[in-house]
Design a protein around this ligand. Structure first.
Ligand SMILES: Cc1cc2nc3c(=O)[nH]c(=O)nc-3n(C[C@H](O)[C@H](O)[C@H](O)COP(=O)(O)O)c2cc1C
Length: 180
């Protein structure tokens, strides 16, 4: 299986980055192929411009080369994995910009058979996330609204809770989960 792993975090020493590393370690040990997209370090520009706009009359519109390159990477992968921290109960703006620009009409019909995995790190613990249906809202947004809109058949969310904990044991358990 080939996985396109997209990581979103401004710092390489972040827990998000370590989670991504451990996840990829697990993939490689199981002989899966990995294509890594590091939105910050690869210099992805998340700002949506007029050039990026969908053309509802023309589903075959030719998008900017950088967008086409990212679409090709998606098409070449079997599974799309996103590793990111929860910011304002949503995806960070960098990732949102990527989704706005790359997950558009041009991808429709090309991702049906792919799987998506959203690995989201939350500062809040499990009780915090279930209050006010925060977890339900987020899961629904990622699985149904985003992946469903792109017609992806299988989408799954894994929340890694309580990421600001000072317990080394807890943090290690999150990394272990990412690996497995
Ligand atoms: C801008 C910003 C917004 C955040 N919003 C939330 C939030 O809405 N809910 C939450 O549980 N944690 C929130 N957090 C905490 C992050 O989820 C937490 O810092 C992250 O999971 C820890 O991983 P990291 O060390 O890789 O950043 C926020 C953090 C930042 C910097």
């Amino acid at each position: 299986m080939k996985a396109l792993v997209t990581v979103t975090h401004p710092r390489k020493d972040s827990l998000t980055y370590h989670v991504m590393d451990r996840f990829i370690e697990g993939l490689k040990q199981n002989n899966h192929e990995v294509d890594l997209l590091d939105l910050y370090r690869d210099g992805f520009n998340p700002v949506y411009t007029a050039e990026d706009e969908k053309d509802w009359q023309n589903p075959d519109k030719i998008y900017a080369p950088v967008v086409r390159k990212e679409m090709d990477r998606i098409v070449a992968a079997d599974t799309l994995v996103f590793v990111f921290p929860l910011w304002q109960y949503s995806v960070p703006s960098m990732l949102k910009g990527y989704l706005d620009k790359v997950w558009n009409l041009g991808l429709f019909g090309k991702v049906d058979e792919k799987k998506v995995l959203w690995i989201c790190l939350t500062g809040g613990d499990q009780a915090h996330m279930s209050k006010y249906k925060r977890e339900e809202m987020l899961t629904q947004y990622l699985n149904v609204i985003l992946a469903g809109y792109a017609r992806v058949k299988e989408s799954r969310v894994e929340l890694l809770y309580d990421t600001l904990s000072e317990s080394k044991q807890h943090i290690e358990s999150l990394l272990e989960r990412a690996y497995h």
